[in-house]
Structure formats: C-alpha cells, structure tokens
Design a protein around this ligand. Structure first.
Ligand code: NAP
Length: 544
C-alpha cells in the first residue's frame, strides 16, 4: 500500500523511495533521517503496536539500561532533544527508555509514516524494476527502491525445546516477549531458565514477591554491580553544554564519551592491581572491565586475575559456599556479554531462592506442574524463559528476503552470514541492514551506531542519484575479505574462546561466526573511507 492506503500495481514505479522495517532506535532514526533530512518518501512497518523495538518487547521486571550512563544510550543528533529530555537515573528503567522513544516519535511526528501491528512476511527484489516489494501479514504489498532492515539484533526469541514443556500447565513467559499486562508472582513458585543479562535483571525482582524461585542455570556469569543511582541534574546540564564535543568523542571512543584505562598491569604490583580492581568494583558499572588496566580482553593472565577477583566477590556475597561454587564462572572474564546487576548474587541469600546447576544436574523433562532434573523434581507454577535470542542474523533469516533471481537469504546464509560492512549483501541490491552481522551492534552505543550507519546509507543513495544509477550491491570478494577482517579482529581477543550469542553458540545448529565488529570507531572510519573512495567493492547498475 502507499500513503493513501492503495496497493500499487506490481511492476509500476515504486510507491516509496524507502521502506524501513522496524520502529526501534535504528528504524526510527532511519525513517527520520531519510524522510526529514533527505526529503525521501518513506514507509515504516513494525509488528509491535507502537515504537520502541527491543524496549517495547522486553518489559520483564527489572529491565533497565545496562550501559554506562543513560544520557549516552540515546540519540545524539538533536541538541534540542538532548536539552529537553530529563534522564532520572544513570541506568534508566525500561519504562523510562520507552517513554523517551515515544517522545522522539511525537517530536518528529514519526508514527504517521509507520504501520504498526504489521509484520513484513516477505521481501522480494524485482530485478527488472530495481525495486523491492514487501508483503505483510495483513496481505498488503508495498514497493520501494531501498529496503532498510532495522529489525533488531536481539529479536527472535530462543525457545528451548525440553521434553514435556508443552505439557506444563502453568504460564510461560519469555523475557523478550513479556506481556503488557502486569504479571504477578505473588504466592507463586517460579522457575527461571537463563542467567544472561535478562535473567540476572529479572531474578532479584521476581524473588521479592514470589513464594519460591528456582533458578535453572546452565552457565554462571560475571555480573558487576550496576550502582545505579539518581543522575545528578548538574551532570546532565554539563552534558548538554558540552554535547558537541561529547558526541564527537563518542564516535572515537567506542560509543561512549568516557576515556578507558591506559594503565599497563605489568607496571603495577599484584597488591596495587587488587586495589585498583576494588576501586573499580566500588565505582560499579563497566569500570572493572574498561578502567582497571588496558588489554583485559586480550591478555589472558590479566583477564584471569580479574576473573578471580570477581569470583572472590561472589564468594564474599553469597552465604552458602555450595551455592557460591555453583555461581563461579570459569571462562575468560567479559567474553560473554558483561552484566550489570542490581543485587543478583545477594538474591541467593534469600530463603525463597534455590539454584540448580544444570551442568551437573540437567533438565530431563517438564511435567504439568514441575521441572524434573536428573537429581530432583522442582514444583513450579510459572516458568520464565530468560533464554535469549537467535541474535543478529536471526531476524534477517526470519524475514528471509529474496534477492536477485529470487534467491532466499536462508539459502545464501545456510553456512555463513556473508555480507559486506555488516550492512549490505551480495545478490540483495539496495538492501541495507542496521546492526547486521559484523556491524558493531552491542559493542558500540546502539542509537549512535544506527545514526552513523544511516549516514552511510545516505551517502550510498546520494552516490546512486548523483550518477544516475539504479542499484548497488557488494561483491562476493568484498564479503569474503570483510568476513576475514571481522573474524581476524575477534581472533586477536579472548572472545571466541567462549560459547555465547556473540559466536552463535547459543543456538543449536547455528553456524559459528563472530557476529560483531569489536572496534566500533575503526568500523565507522571504514564506512567513511569506503564512501570517500567511491564505493569500491560495490557494483552498480544504470537506472532503468
Ligand atoms: P543471553 O545472554 O543469551 O542469556 C540466555 C541465558 O539462557 C543464558 O544463561 C543461557 O545459558 C541460557 N539458556 C539458553 N538456552 C538454554 C537452554 N536450552 N537450557 C538452559 N539454559 C539456556 O540472553 P539475554 O539474557 O536475554 O541477553 C541477551 C542480550 O540482550 C544481552 O547479552 C544484552 O546484549 C542484551 N540485553 C541488554 C539488556 C540491557 O541493556 N539492559 C538487558 C537484557 C539483555 P548459556 O550461557 O549456557 O548459553
């Protein structure tokens, strides 16, 4: 359909310049930028009922920003927006982030160009007409020259397939698909599977009211104290005054305006290092990881020393030594996404919380009213799945666009998620991903990352239009060298040694491939270079 609601005849000129799928941080910005800054006609679609993306879906108890400071987990492009929005806490709640996104949608009048409650079920490239045709679950069609997929790096829920899970008679909630109505755990026996960021945030909150919580843990986590606090409003004022400089520094400092440690561990004694870890632990947030010493993710010895420091903290916090032992992570520190917690380890000192270590006591089956492990049966009324997502590639594969010659992405990506620059795919002209495989994604600030990726999409569109070209796509050679580059960067670090969603290891049968660019600032330099060099590694077609 077009803006007036009519379905254009297939084969005609595209109804829109661009279709943007997704109305989270990435999609909203793409819509704003292409429509208001570039003057293009743009139509947005989202399966959710309103804006917010991940913050619309993930409304489980305890959900909040786990970034260093809320004012920087936000759009950076509008000084007016920065000046008028008040962030109450250093790590805002899901409700506050969603309120912010809704404010952005109001301020820039974005909703009028988005069709909500509408999943895009098909997207096909029309080679003859050089445009994309999408179909929705409502049976509508729309066409556009450019297809922008801002469909979420963490969207497709991972639903474990345990024997008997369908027989379980109680409610089952996935943290990434949390109901909009309040969920009460009062008087309930709750089972929680998963101790990633979502589980670690939710468990302490659920334990406050539940009769009993049984945590079913597969892999223990390094969680650091968030030390969330009210954001001093004089700090916010200062950020507003310095915004241009802060914004520029974020671009070059991995997405945050805060400097990271340049201290060399080898220049300090063991005691001095321990003192520094202690100081960083007290400061909270990511400080231990980024501000103790340089090289935490590459220096095995330093990494293990910090890992052991955190294990010591877990031993100190958790009263029962056996439970503490079960909570000890053994893989390199920080190589699964680091978690900021608000009383997570303390929760295991409550009488109403039990920890089951699935490594030694795996789940056998669910019954109508319990989860049975090898060594015991745990009665539960409610099951919370904090089991994460088929991350980064999952949402593109769910969309499964059909490129040149009708080739489905599932076929192209059967073995590897080949793409160029984390944004474009050979055989899928004029399609752009935001936060796709190989882009910095969560290794950078996602809202700013989306702004910078959209700026690059603008440069592509301008290049096409200025030269009278109709379509561009990456070459397969470019994809191969990009793949080597991403994995080369990852392989110089400790990250690939650990099973995580970063490597695809969390989903049975998923190809193992490092899914993010670890050096965000270098990545965005690269985008600029590619544009300035006239998009070498891309092939172009005359406009038909
Ligand atoms: P996750 O990090 O992938 O954690 C999933 C958890 O479920 C892991 O403990 C995993 O164990 C476990 N699990 C998965 N399948 C299982 C199975 N079949 N049986 C038993 N356990 C199973 O997912 P998440 O916690 O939803 O977080 C995903 C990402 O979302 C985070 O890393 C972060 O980037 C983002 N996030 C951000 C925020 C925030 O900003 N506030 C909050 C939540 C999430 P294994 O470790 O053994 O695989």
């Amino acid at each position: 359909m077009n803006a007036s609601g009519a379905t254009p005849p297939v084969g005609s000129s595209p109804a829109y310049d661009a279709i943007v799928i997704g109305a989270g941080f990435g999609g909203l910005y793409a819509l704003y930028h292409l429509r208001d800054e570039m003057g293009l006609s743009v139509r947005g679609f989202d399966g959710a009922s309103d804006v917010g993306g991940t913050w619309w879906y993930n409304r489980y108890p305890g959900a909040r920003v786990d970034a260093p400071s809320s004012p920087f987990y936000a759009y950076t492009f509008s000084q007016e927006l920065v000046d008028e929005w008040v962030w109450p806490e250093t790590q805002s709640t899901q409700a506050d982030v969603l309120a912010y996104v809704e404010h952005v949608a109001d301020k820039f009048d974005l909703r009028k160009d988005i069709q909500f409650d509408t999943f895009v079920t098909d997207a096909r490239y029309d080679d003859d007409n050089q445009h994309w045709t999408i179909e929705t679950d409502g049976g509508e069609r729309a066409t556009a020259r450019f297809l922008i997929c801002a469909i979420g790096a963490l969207f497709v829920a991972n639903m474990p397939d345990y024997t008997g899970i369908d027989d379980f008679a109680g409610d089952i909630y996935h943290t990434g698909r949390w109901p909009h109505e309040p969920v009460s755990f009062e008087g309930k026996r709750v089972g929680v599977i998963g101790t990633g960021s979502s589980g670690v945030q939710a468990i302490p909150q659920i334990a406050k009211t539940a009769d009993h919580v049984t945590v079913l843990q597969r892999t223990p986590q390094y969680a650091l104290p968030a030390r969330n606090r009210p954001l001093p409003q004089e700090d916010l004022e200062q950020y507003r005054e310095d915004w241009d400089d802060l914004r520029a520094s974020m671009r070059y400092r991995g997405g945050w305006p805060f400097p990271t440690s340049k201290l060399q561990a080898a220049d300090h004694t063991f005691e001095e290092r321990q003192e520094r870890y202690e100081e960083m632990w007290e400061r909270g947030g990511m400080h231990l990881a980024i501000n103790s010493f340089t090289g935490v993710y590459v220096d095995e010895e330093l990494n293990e020393e910090i890992a052991e420091f955190v294990r010591g903290k877990i031993r100190d916090i958790v009263d029962d030594p056996e439970t503490a032992q079960k909570l000890m992570p053994s893989y390199p520190f920080g190589t699964k996404r680091l978690i900021l917690d608000n009383g997570y380890f303390e929760t295991y000192n409550r009488d109403n919380v039990t920890l089951v270590d699935l490594r030694n006591d795996p789940i056998e089956a669910f019954t109508e009213s319990s989860v049975r492990t090898v060594h015991g049966e745990h009665p539960i009324d409610v099951l919370v799945l904090a089991t994460g997502f088929d991350a980064v590639s999952g949402s593109m594969l769910k969309l499964n666009p059909k490129g040149r010659g009708g080739v489905p992405l599932k076929e192209k990506w059967a073995e590897r998620f080949d793409n160029h620059l984390g944004m474009t795919i050979a055989g899928y002209p004029n399609l752009f991903m935001i936060h796709g495989p190989g882009a910095p994604g969560v290794f950078f600030t996602m809202p700013l990352g989306a702004e910078l990726q959209t700026a690059w999409i603008e440069s592509c569109i301008r290049h096409l239009d200025e030269a009278g070209l109709g379509a561009m796509e990456a070459t397969e050679d470019a994809e191969a060298s990009w793949d080597a580059e991403i994995n080369g960067i990852a392989n110089r670090t400790l990250y690939p040694r650990t099973d995580s969603w970063y490597t695809g290891a969390n989903i049975p049968g998923k190809p193992r491939q490092f899914l993010g660019h670890l050096m965000g600032s270098q990545y965005f330099n690269r985008l600029t270079e590619v544009a300035e060099a006239g998009f070498k590694d891309f092939v172009f077609e005359e406009r038909r």
